[in-house]
Design a protein around this ligand. Structure first.
Ligand code: HEM
Length: 472
């Protein structure tokens, strides 16, 4: 348990330093052009060199709340040597996602954070090029494809859960990470990885963590360096298999991307397929793992909800669910949505302003890096009632708190870049929870709170120790 200990120590130290620092005065990001009628974005630059990195490390949510109290929904600060404008709340997030005057781009925004590790992934493309790639990719996420993916997933889930050793202190997060990787291997590549499994696993972890470092240079031994090496290995791994995948058609995503054709007959090149495979596997993996793990935690913490969700699964009378069963699991869906509200797996979205523009009347000059705070906004009072309380019924048609604004509940983003895998992800997590709840009771020590750290999003860095008791 050395990682959680050091994380606790790091957070405590960062919190201590951060709370004794005096808050510095508000400063404008840039002076708006005369006569524009715009206001400047105000913010606090933080300490010389460090900026507000300590606050972000210690507790990003508290930092966002404090920023909102001082400056409102749009503010700027320095974090990991980057000057960033933070946008909170549905109005501002919606303005940037709608991108009416095409002022914001994904490529330069995301590259700042995830570097070259996911280059040419569809999320890092913009405008016409993005549209072209997304139209081809969409073929792989149509309903009939999803039905087939689910049929491939179910046996992989059963096999994965069969291999678990239940008991107390069962570390749910790494177990689910392994399981979702196994599912991805099956559904995305259509193959057993065999001896390459460990290397592929390591490469994915290196890729995901590659950009998550203040030392953003190719220094041997560093995270950035490891990320680049992993990227190279993954490219070679997928390229090697392309001829075989092109030669015959199968139901896995890799094969589907090799053969996908838009309505106008456009297809992917070999390089495109490799880039999309690497990006999509990354996009699917951590997000689904975090969602499934945090659903397990909330269900363990709220036994009444666990019983309710399980009762619906038992009423189906099936060991595994089919695509049409998904709609009948209404309590599961409420818990899924509330989990994504409380713990948005993609904590923020990155954008870059490519021309002078404005958000909610605040002046944003060209080349401003923007962070849309999905995780924070979904946990803040102005937009959600009692935001730290787990309350899935807020999503019932009677209360419909998520409908208070088009961009109030945005774990999957919105508009042209809205998650292409949202139905895939929902289906995977629900299929997994269905089997899990039929087989096990989940319990957690009263008073336990997971130790949350940030990678692509908030994840339980202590591994999420739960008690798993077989039901039969
Ligand atoms: C609960 C699970 C998931 C969450 C919370 C999630 C969240 C997101 C978010 C917030 C975005 C928008 C990024 C942006 O606007 O910059 C996104 C994009 C994307 N997601 Fe997901 N995702 C999930 C699962 C998946 C799965 C399972 C797949 C694939 C099978 C996937 C593939 C993608 C792709 C390819 C994009 C880029 C779309 C584009 O730019 O056009 N995601 N996801």
């Amino acid at each position: 348990m050395s990682a959680p200990m050091s994380l606790r120590a790091r957070n405590a130290a960062a919190n201590l330093v951060y709370t004794v620092l005096p808050e510095r005065g508000a400063r404008p990001l840039a002076i708006p052009p005369a006569g524009s009628g715009l206001q400047p974005v105000m913010g606090d630059p933080g300490l010389p060199l460090l900026g507000h990195t300590l606050g972000a490390l210690a507790d990003g949510l508290s930092m966002a709340r404090r920023g909102y109290e001082r400056f409102g929904p749009i503010s700027w600060t320095n974090v990991i040597s980057l000057k960033i404008v933070s946008v909170l709340g549905p109005e501002g997030i919606g303005t940037v996602l709608a991108n009416k005057d095409k002022a914001f781009v994904n490529a330069e925004g995301w590259e700042t954070f995830i570097g070259p590790f996911f280059e040419r992934g569809v999320m890092l493309m913009d405008f016409e090029e993005h549209h072209h790639h997304r139209r081809i990719m969409q073929q792989a996420f149509k309903r009939d494809r999803l039905v087939t993916y689910l049929d491939m997933m179910n046996p992989a889930i059963t096999r994965g859960i069969d291999a678990w050793q239940p008991g107390s202190e069962f570390l749910m997060y790494p177990a689910l990470k392994q399981l979702t990787l196994d599912i991805a291997t099956e559904v995305f590549m259509g193959s057993e990885l065999g001896p390459e499994a460990d290397q592929v696993n390591r490469d994915f972890i290196n890729l995901v963590f590659g950009g998550n470092t203040p030392i953003r240079a190719d220094v041997p031994g560093g995270r950035w360096h490891r990320g680049l090496q992993s990227r190279k290995r993954m490219e070679e791994f997928f390229l090697r298999q392309i001829p075989e995948k092109r030669a015959s058609e199968s139901d896995d995503l890799f094969s589907v991307l090799c053969h996908a054709e838009s309505e106008d007959g456009e297809r992917f090149t070999d390089r495109d397929v490799v880039n999309h495979m690497i990006f999509t596997m990354m996009a699917a993996h951590d997000t689904s793992t975090i969602t499934a793990a945090m659903m397990c935690f909330f269900l363990a913490q709220h036994p009444e909800w666990q019983e309710r969700v399980r009762a619906e699964s038992e009423a189906l009378g099936k060991e595994t669910i089919g695509y049409d069963d998904l709609d009948t699991l209404t309590s599961m869906d409420l818990v899924f949505r509330e989990t994504l509200r409380m713990n948005a797996p993609v904590a923020m979205l990155a954008r870059m302003a490519i021309k002078d523009t404005e958000i909610l009347g605040r002046y944003i000059p060209k080349n401003t890096l923007i962070s849309l705070g999905l995780f924070s906004s979904q946990r803040m009072e102005p937009w959600w009632h009692d935001p730290d309380t787990f309350d899935p019924e807020r999503f019932t048609p009677e209360r419909a708190e998520d409908k208070s604004h088009q961009y109030a509940w945005v774990p999957f983003g919105g508009n042209v870049h809205k998650c292409i895998g949202l139905h895939f992800g929902g289906m995977e997590v629900k299929a997994l929870l269905h089997q899990l709840l039929l087989r096990y009771d989940l319990r957690v020590d009263p008073g336990y709170e997971p130790l949350i750290d940030m990678a692509t999003g908030p994840y339980p860095a202590d591994g999420l120790p739960l008690t798993l008791t077989p039901r039969r």
